[in-house]
Design a protein around this ligand. Structure first.
Ligand code: NAG
Ligand code: NAG
Length: 280
C-alpha cells in the first residue's frame, strides 16, 4: 500500500515537473530535444548546488581580452556592474556613459581614437539564443549566441559552454571571427544535458521483438516452401510447410481460449453442456 502511494507521489511529481518544464520552455537558455530515444534537456540558468545561478556570472558579468580588445558579457541575462565598470568614450546602445555596460549583454572595447577606449555593443539580451555546439554529440555542450545591429555594422558574439560536470573555467581567450564578430569559450557544468530515456522506450523494445519474430516466421515459410517445391517436388497449396498444423491453428486457439475462460470462471455446474469436450 505504501509502495503504491509512493509511486503515485512520484508520478504526480513527474507530471508537475513536466508542466513546469513546458511552461518555462520559452525562456532563453533553455531547450530540449530528442535523439535516439533519449530526451536531452538543457537549462543553463537554473541553479545547482555549486552554482546557484547556473551559467549566469555571480559578478554580474564575465570579462575576457586578447590583443588589446576587451569584451564584457553575461550569459542568459543583461550585465550588472557593482564594481569595475567599463570605461568608454561613448557607450551608445549599452546604457550610456553613466550606466555603461548595463544596457546590453555583450560590450566590446578597443582603443583607437588617440588612446580613448571606444565601445561597441555586440550582443543584446533579446537576441540571445542557445543551441548545441555539435548536433552529432549532444554531450559536448551548448553554444550561446547573441548579436546587435549597430548603425555602422552588424556585430555578434558567441560563447561555447563546454560541458564538464566537475570543472568550471572562465573565458581565457577572445577570437575574432569576422569584422565585428567575436567568440570565446568557458567550461561549465551547466553546459551538460539532463538525459532522460524517452517514454516510448518499452514499446520500441517490444515492437523490435515483434518484427524479429515476424521476420523469422517469414524466413521459415519461404525456406520451407522452397525446400518442398524444389527438393520434394511438391506443387500447389501443399508447399506451405506444416500446412495441417497451420490449418488447425484457429481451432486449437479457440480450444485453449475456452479452457482459459473456464479456468478463470472456476467450475460451474453446466460448463460441460455449454462447451464441447476437448480432444487432443
Ligand atoms: C546587418 O544585417 C542585416 C540583416 O541581417 C542587413 O539587412 C543589414 O544590411 C546589415 N547591415 C550592415 C551595416 O552590414
Ligand atoms: C588575437 O590574435 C590571435 C592570433 O593572432 C587571433 O587568432 C585572435 O583572433 C585575435 N583576437 C582578437 C580579439 O583580435
Amino acid at each position: 500500500m505504501q509502495l503504491r502511494c509512493l509511486s503515485l507521489h512520484i508520478i504526480s511529481l513527474l507530471i508537475i515537473s513536466t508542466l513546469v518544464a513546458i511552461s518555462s520552455a520559452s525562456s532563453i537558455c533553455e531547450f530540449s530535444f530528442t535523439q535516439q530515444n533519449k530526451l536531452y534537456t538543457y537549462s543553463l540558468a537554473s541553479s545547482s548546488d555549486t552554482f546557484p545561478h547556473g551559467v549566469v556570472s555571480e559578478d554580474g558579468y564575465y570579462k575576457v581580452s586578447s590583443n588589446g580588445t576587451v569584451v564584457w558579457f553575461q550569459l542568459c541575462d543583461g550585465m550588472i556592474f557593482n564594481h569595475d565598470p567599463p570605461i568608454c568614450f561613448d557607450c551608445l546602445d549599452c546604457g550610456g556613459p553613466s550606466r555603461c555596460g548595463m544596457g546590453c549583454s555583450a560590450l566590446m572595447s578597443n582603443t583607437i581614437l588617440g588612446g580613448y577606449p571606444v565601445c561597441t555593443t555586440i550582443g543584446r539580451t533579446q537576441s540571445i539564443t542557445a543551441n548545441l555546439i555539435d548536433k552529432e554529440s549532444p554531450g559536448m555542450g551548448v553554444l550561446v549566441e547573441m548579436w546587435h545591429q549597430g548603425p555602422a555594422m552588424n556585430c555578434s558574439f558567441s560563447v561555447s559552454v563546454i560541458c564538464d560536470s566537475k570543472k568550471f573555467q572562465g573565458p581565457k581567450t577572445l577570437i575574432k571571427t569576422g569584422t565585428c564578430d567575436f567568440a570565446t569559450q568557458i567550461t561549465h557544468p551547466a553546459g551538460c544535458a539532463n538525459v532522460l530515456a524517452a517514454k516510448n522506450n518499452g514499446w520500441g523494445w517490444f515492437s523490435t521483438l515483434l518484427i524479429i519474430l515476424l521476420c523469422l516466421f517469414g524466413i521459415y515459410l519461404i525456406a520451407g516452401a522452397a525446400y518442398r517445391f524444389f527438393h520434394l517436388g511438391i506443387r500447389g497449396l501443399d508447399i506451405i510447410p506444416n500446412l495441417e498444423f497451420w490449418a488447425s491453428l484457429p481451432h486449437r486457439l479457440q480450444n485453449s481460449f475456452s479452457s482459459l475462460v473456464r479456468r478463470f470462471r472456476g467450475p460451474s455446474q453446466n460448463y460441460r453442456s455449454s462447451y464441447s469436450p476437448v480432444d487432443f
